[in-house]
Design a protein around this ligand. Structure first.
Ligand code: NAD
Length: 284
């Protein structure tokens, strides 16, 4: 039976430790503040934003929630980002994706100051990550690396297979894994014979977004399996990409859904906001 990689427990521990750091900053007159911009009424985005807000409040991080209407123009959104860049009380800025069709997400991400880039998606930060000199790191991949480290699971020399090449998960995770000396294969929707590749993985990460995508037969015995997917099954229940009941019989370690990668993502966002606040203080 696979060992459960408990992201919920670890994220609580990380956040608990952050409280001390936040109090120290406050004593110095620095009040960490995260600005979150939500455009429109996408129900999933609203839940994500609410969870981020709640976690920040609990920790004593100020959270500025800006809810803009779905019909907002790209120019108006860019103007809002510019204002937040210039506001010295704001340390982290996050624009919740996806954005409505009239707005180019890359333009918006590029407009965020790289030094307030709470999500780590700015090309400057992705470039630094690829140069193995990271500043702000995308939260989901960073959460995965923290989870592995907490369980003393080194990826050095391991065969890591990532399914999904998105800018928010697959690509930055590949860089983090290479930086930790893993041998990395990034697969995606055009990959041929995917199952042959997954079966050779010492560490298998699925970030596809399809329930029931990874079965027991796709996994090498004893492998570490990280389930990034967030899906609703036919019964409306939250599930990952991995058929957990099968894979837990084969894998050595497995992240549950919920309670695995999801909570780690939020913990990393909080940690990053605190780091950005610390950095702003150094600049003074
Ligand atoms: P995305 O849609 O941008 O990327 C999905 C990737 O899967 C693509 O690169 C695509 O090529 C690949 N893919 C699709 N079908 C495939 C197939 N048949 N074979 C191989 N590859 C295939 O999605 P994303 O934003 O990277 O998110 C992926 C999943 O992770 C979603 O379920 C999302 O909700 C979840 N997610 C979870 C967290 C978290 O905190 N737990 C964070 C981000 C994303």
């Amino acid at each position: 039976m696979a060992v459960k990689l408990d992201g919920k427990k670890l994220s609580n521990e990380i956040c608990e430790n952050l409280k001390g750091e936040i109090n120290e900053l406050k004593k110095k007159g620095i009040f960490p503040k995260l600005a979150v911009i939500l455009v429109g009424d996408d129900p999933a985005s609203q839940i994500y934003v609410r969870n981020k807000h709640r976690r920040a409040e609990k920790l004593g991080i100020q959270s500025l929630d800006l809810h803009l209407p779905r019909i907002v123009t790209e120019a108006e959104l860019l103007e809002k980002v510019k204002e937040l860049n210039a506001d010295p009380t704001v340390h982290g800025i996050l624009v919740q994706l996806p954005l409505p069709k009239q707005i180019d997400p890359d333009k918006v991400i590029n407009a965020i100051s790289p030094f307030k880039d709470a999500d780590g998606f700015h090309p400057y930060n992705l470039g630094r990550l690829f140069m193995n000199d990271p500043f702000s790191i995308p939260c989901t991949p960073n959460g995965i690396m923290h989870l592995l480290k907490a369980y003393d699971l080194s990826v050095d020399g391991k065969n890591v297979v990532i399914i999904g090449r998105s800018k928010i998960v697959g690509r930055p995770l590949a860089a983090l894994m290479i930086n930790q000396s893993a041998t990395v294969t990034v697969t995606h929707s055009h990959t041929k014979n995917l199952k042959e590749i997954t079966k050779k993985a010492d560490v298998l990460v699925s970030a596809v977004g399809k329930a029931g995508f990874i079965h027991g037969e796709d996994v090498k015995p004893g492998a570490i399996v990280i389930d990034v997917g967030i899906n609703r099954n036919a019964a409306g229940k939250l599930v990952g990409d991995v058929v957990q009941k099968q894979v837990e019989q084969i894998a050595g370690y497995l992240t549950p859904v919920p309670g695995g990668v999801g909570p780690m993502t939020i913990a990393m966002l909080m940690k990053q906001t605190v780091e950005l606040a610390k950095w702003s203080a150094l600049k003074r």
